[in-house]
Design a protein around this ligand. Structure first.
Ligand SMILES: Cc1cc2nc3c(=O)[nH]c(=O)nc-3n(C[C@H](O)[C@H](O)[C@H](O)COP(=O)(O)O)c2cc1C
Length: 208
């Protein structure tokens, strides 16, 4: 029941207070997001924490007037890898071999299977696939934040090319998927008192 209460408590915050979330809490939250599921486990994204006020000021012109990206305690940017392919798989297999203490030779079928699956996609499909994985991490972060009583607001109402330029993501092989300011809700945030609009169980869930 605690989980449902947390999900009921959370909402997409429109106005943050200037209270800061402690570094330890931010780290715990990001560690939870890091544990998200992803297709084949490939994790084709990075999660960028922007604490700097100066950088967030530079992002404001690309945020369509949504100044909560600067008001909030920290801004989290989920950025998908732009070069998804054999190197994505090789990087993962290196980690897999290390963690599971297996020789690469035992993982070659697994590796080839993933490489063929990615090769069967167009570059656009591979990019869309990478963004999808980043969104799973976003969903996980939203839930974990709620459980930790940290406020948040998922956001795509931004100029992602502008974000990429300010954050220097192109040269890092990344592109912005979605962002999420986190912090504490402002006591004047009228959004806090608006009802949660969700379809009923039977309107969403289909039992077949
Ligand atoms: C992918 C995504 C993008 C969103 N973009 C914005 C945004 O740019 N600005 C904003 O204020 N809210 C944004 N939202 C918040 C939604 O409007 C909000 O989650 C939805 O209305 C449900 O309300 P609740 O989260 O408060 O329960 C976004 C949500 C998601 C999941």
């Amino acid at each position: 029941m605690k989980l449902l209460e947390a999900l009921d408590w959370r909402y997409a915050v429109k106005q943050f207070s200037d209270e800061k979330i402690s570094a330890a809490e931010v780290k715990a939250l990001l560690n939870a997001a890091r544990l998200s599921a992803s297709s084949y486990g490939l994790q084709p994204y990075n999660i960028i924490v922007v604490a700097s006020d100066a950088i967030r000021e530079q992002l404001l012109p690309f945020s369509y007037g949504q100044d909560k990206i600067a008001q909030s305690s920290h801004l989290i940017v989920f950025a998908a890898h732009t070069q998804v392919g054999e190197a994505t798989v090789d990087r993962y297999i290196d980690k897999y071999a290390l963690i599971s203490n297996k020789p690469h030779s035992e993982l070659s079928d697994f590796s080839n299977h993933m490489k063929s699956a990615l090769a069967a996609k167009t570059p656009e499909q591979r990019q869309a696939w990478a963004h999808q994985q980043a969104y799973i991490a976003l969903g996980n972060l939203l839930t974990c934040a709620a459980v930790m009583k940290i406020d948040s607001c998922p956001m795509t109402g931004i100029d992602s090319a502008g974000y990429d330029a300010v954050l220097g993501l192109d040269e890092k092989g990344l592109t912005t998927s979605v962002i999420c300011p986190i912090g504490r809700r402002h006591h004047d945030d009228i959004q806090a008192h608006r009802p949660k609009v969700r379809f009923d169980y039977d309107e969403i869930v289909m039992e077949i």
